[in-house]
Each structure stands twice: as C-alpha cells, then as structure tokens.
Design a protein around this ligand. Structure first.
Ligand code: HEC
Length: 146
C-alpha cells in the first residue's frame, strides 16, 4: 500500500483535530492578567496587618529590606519576579516565610500577603479576592507589560 491511500484519511484526521482544537480554545478560559484586578483592597489590607506583625522586623515596614532580607518592592521586586508566575511568589512565602517558622500562617494569610505585595508594587485591585490555589496562581504571569 502506498502512502497516497492513507493521505485522505490523514487529512480528515488533521481537519477533525483542528476543529476540536479551536473548540477547546473557546471553552478554555484565558488566564487572568495580573493587570486585570486580581485581588481586593480588603484582602491587601489584611495582608498589610499580617506583614506588620510577621515580616516587617526583617523586611522593614516600607518593604525595602535590610541585611540579608531582600527588598519586596520596586526594582528589587521586579528584578527577582518579572516573568515568573504568582505561584512562585506565593510559594516563596508559603513554604519559606516567616524565615524562623515557615508555613506557620494560613493559606488565606499567605494569599493576603501576596495581594499586599501586588498592591505595593503598583498592580491594580479589583472585585475578586486572590486565590490561594497554587494551580490557579501558576496561570498568572508577573509582568510589567499591561
Ligand atoms: C527573620 C527574618 C525574616 C522574617 C521574619 C521574614 N523574612 Fe522574608 N526573607 C528573609 C530572608 C533572609 C530572605 C532571603 C533568603 C530566603 O529567601 O530564604 C527572605 C526572602 C523573602 C522573599 C523572597 C524574596 C526574594 O527576593 O527572594 C519573600 C517574598 C519574603 N521573604 C517575604 C516575607 C514575608 C511575607 C514575611 C512575613 C510572613 C517574611 N518574609 C518574614 C528574612 C525574613
């Protein structure tokens, strides 16, 4: 049998795959942009009070850092996190901070801290709270491109 006998079937298969592929694209939701308002101001305010209690002694009240504790704001934040995703930022706190007792806070508190860092770095708030679901967080890129 020659290849040409198969090619019509192959073409049909490719066509079917193509159609279902575009259907999938319609069904699958676009991941939200970090610029679309992905946390609430209530949530970042909760994050701020946790921050003052648990983090400011090392990273300072104004988030600029000191000694071994890196800055969590401005160019220091951008340099470290640009192009990464929110799960990576969340996880650095969820599994690493506070440095003396990592993971001691609740998932909701870590999400609130993430929201607070977003606010302090100029990302806009919106109507829905930021999730602590790491699969969902992994969909959201940290980018300065609006
Ligand atoms: C005892 C001091 C101390 C405390 C308290 C502390 N941190 Fe840290 N933090 C550090 C040090 C040191 C590093 C860098 C080394 C590392 O990543 O483990 C760091 C790293 C980080 C990073 C990664 C930043 C980067 O550029 O790598 C984040 C985000 C962070 N801290 C947030 C927090 C938050 C939020 C809290 C409060 C829940 C907190 N930290 C409490 C000392 C501290």
């Amino acid at each position: 049998m020659s290849f040409s006998n198969f090619s019509p079937i192959l073409l049909k298969l490719i066509a079917i795959l193509g159609v279902s592929g575009s259907l999938l694209q319609v069904v699958a939701q676009e991941p939200p942009s970090i610029w679309s308002g992905i946390y609430t101001t209530d949530q970042s305010a909760r994050g701020e009070s946790v921050y003052r209690e648990e983090c400011a002694e090392c990273h300072r009240e104004d988030l600029t850092g000191q000694d071994m504790s890196p800055s969590l704001i401005g160019i220091g934040f951008t340099f470290k996190w640009e192009g990464k995703n929110l799960q990576e930022l969340y996880a650095s706190m969820r599994y690493g901070m506070p440095q003396t007792s990592p993971g001691r806070l609740s998932n909701g508190q870590y999400a609130a801290l993430t929201a607070y860092l977003l606010e302090k770095n100029g990302f806009p708030s919106g109507d829905t709270e930021l999730t602590s679901d790491e699969d969902e967080l992994a969909q959201i890129e940290i980018t300065s491109n609006r």
